[in-house]
Design a protein around this ligand. Structure first.
Ligand SMILES: Cc1cc2nc3c(=O)[nH]c(=O)nc-3n(C[C@H](O)[C@H](O)[C@H](O)COP(=O)(O)OP(=O)(O)OC[C@H]3O[C@@H](n4cnc5c(N)ncnc54)[C@H](O)[C@@H]3O)c2cc1C
Ligand code: SF4
Length: 483
């Protein structure tokens, strides 16, 4: 522990976001960094607990709390306090290949389990993680690690999202030859084409991919398995194949029809805006438009932030669940995942421009009005959530004028094309079925990330990639010394 009394002396100080007024004028990252002395104080708040729940990833009442990667948090907090970035990096890299991603987009499951959070504010673990990796890049501590010994085993990974990248990195470091096949122009999966620039600057992903290429990972971009290359060909040419294709099949809502002008799935919309930003294409102008977003989760929030930057000042975000409490209820004690209301950056921004919160709870869409294939309005109603699903509250109907309806209502598993191409057994959640508690589907086929566990988080995708790598290594070599 850096400073035994640190948690008594210093209060929590998170990295601030740029002011709303300033940041909604661009698509640059939100965060501002804090100087080294603040970071040291924040690291000094860590108590080096005998039982570090922050790195535990324990499941309580069906929800996980603590870091899924089991990051060695107290150890690197101590190294930050001692001014020893090289050692902090060494400990961080033992468990996390991509801290520059998690240090930006992870919802910090660790902090929810931090013991300081029992009766005060948790340690700023997430910001400390980003500080270590970014300081390491600045100080030239991150250089390509080219494996000295190569096996003669070949592994194909389909999908370059965080699970595929973690898997590729681990197996490449072990000495296997790794080829990543990705249908998009750039690697990163939803890191690149889902999460907006404001949370994760795309340069950060490209920096990592450049490094992985130097280390020997081969990327085959613009290669859609099932169209450009068959799954059968991969089976013939590789010793093992990992399906890291995500779970991007969107949940539909009533009357969804892609041909209707003004109706889009949220991820397609976010991805289109990111692609336009990357090649400097003109962006749509939403000033004066009325936008309805269905879904109050992370994707809905990212849509709020994006439409505000495109000039919109009239947003309604519909959420079917009731409004959560502001702080933990008695039946939701530490260290359980806190079921509390979270107001994210995009919702704050919409609140700022239209002077009220965009979220409307316990509400869903019943139908839409369309004239000449253009959306005009949505009909909503309130619902009560019951054991049998949402029940309409009679008399609660409303009509909202709408120029753009963005559907961020969640996902229902693996996309049809790759499911049909592989012809593998699926779970009830439409994810690839693997052997119990394993990553192997059949023969030399493995699956990891959202394609195995359903839509989740970047930190879980990385975890799955790393665990799957160990299993593939064992399959290829008959044993594995990857820990
Ligand atoms: C809008 C949005 C915001 C999010 N924000 C956050 C956040 O802030 N924090 C967080 O932790 N999580 C967030 N998530 C969730 C997180 O992004 C995912 O859980 C994570 O990216 C899953 O990683 P993955 O590698 O399993 O799949 P993906 O990231 O989905 O990657 C799958 C890859 O496979 C490729 N692919 C699919 N089929 C083929 C094929 N046939 N041939 C070749 N390539 C193929 C796809 O193009 C894609 O690149 C968000 C999700 C969305 C949708
Ligand atoms: S990866 Fe997420 S949960 Fe783990 S230490 Fe980093 S911020 Fe916390």
């Amino acid at each position: 522990m850096g400073k035994p009394t640190g948690f008594l002396e210093f209060t929590r100080s998170e990295n601030k976001h740029r002011s709303i007024d300033e940041r909604i004028k661009d698509f640059n990252e939100l965060y501002m960094s804090q100087n080294e002395s603040v970071r040291k104080e924040q690291a000094a708040r860590c108590m080096n607990c005998g039982v570090p729940f922050c790195q535990s990833a324990i499941e309580l009442k069906g929800m996980v709390t603590g870091c899924p990667l089991h990051n060695l948090i107290p150890e690197w907090n101590d190294e930050i306090y001692q001014d020893n970035i090289a050692h902090a990096l060494n400990r961080l890299r033992k468990t996390n290949p991509f801290p520059e991603f998690t240090g930006r987009v992870c919802p910090a499951l660790c902090e929810k389990a931090c013991i300081n959070g029992i009766d005060g504010d948790p340690v700023c673990v997430h910001d400390n993680e980003k500080y270590i990796i970014e300081s390491a890049f600045e100080q030239g501590l991150i250089t390509p690690r080219i494996p000295v010994v190569r096996s003669n085993k070949r592994v194909a990974i389909i999908g370059a999202g965080p699970s595929g990248l973690a898997l590729a990195d681990a197996l490449n470091q072990r000495g296997h030859s790794v080829c990543v096949f990705e249908r998009e122009e750039d690697a990163g999966g939803l890191l690149m084409y889902g999460i907006p620039n404001m949370k994760l600057d795309k340069k950060i992903i490209k920096r990592r991919i450049k490094l992985m290429k130097k280390e020997g990972v081969q990327f085959h971009m613009n290669t859609n398995i099932g169209e450009d290359l068959s799954f059968e060909e991969l089976k013939q040419n590789f010793d093992a194949i990992a399906l890291c294709v995500g779970a991007k099949k969107p949940r539909s809502i009533v009357d969804f029809d892609k041909t209707i002008d003004g109706m889009e799935y949220a991820v397609d919309f976010l991805s289109e805006i990111t692609k336009r930003l990357m090649i400097d294409l003109p962006l749509p102008d939403f000033s004066g438009k009325k936008i309805v977003i269905v879904g109050g989760g992370d994707t809905g929030n990212d849509c709020c932030a994006t439409v505000v930057r495109l000039g919109c000042t009239d947003v309604v975000e519909l959420e079917m669940l009731p409004e959560p409490p502001i702080s933990r209820l008695e039946n939701n004690p530490w260290p359980e995942w806190p079921k509390v209301k979270k107001t994210d950056y995009g919702q704050e921004e919409v609140h700022f421009v239209q002077e009220h919160d965009p979220r409307v709870y316990k509400t869903t869409i019943e139908s839409i009005d369309v004239e000449e294939d253009v959306i005009k309005a949505v009909h909503t109603c309130q619902v009560n959530m019951t054991e049998n699903g949402p029940q309409k509250i009679e008399g609660s109907e409303q009509i909202l004028t709408c120029d753009l309806l963005l559907v961020a209502a969640g996902f229902v598993g693996v996309e049809d094309t790759i499911r049909e191409e592989t012809n593998l057994e699926m779970t009830r959640r439409n994810t690839f079925r693997t052997l119990p508690m394993k990553y192997r589907c059949a023969d030399q086929i493995f699956a990891a990330g959202d394609a195995r566990r359903g839509q989740s988080l970047v930190v879980w995708a990385i975890h799955e990639g790393l665990e799957c790598a160990k299993e593939i290594d064992e399959f290829l070599m008959g044993y594995s010394n990857m820990d």
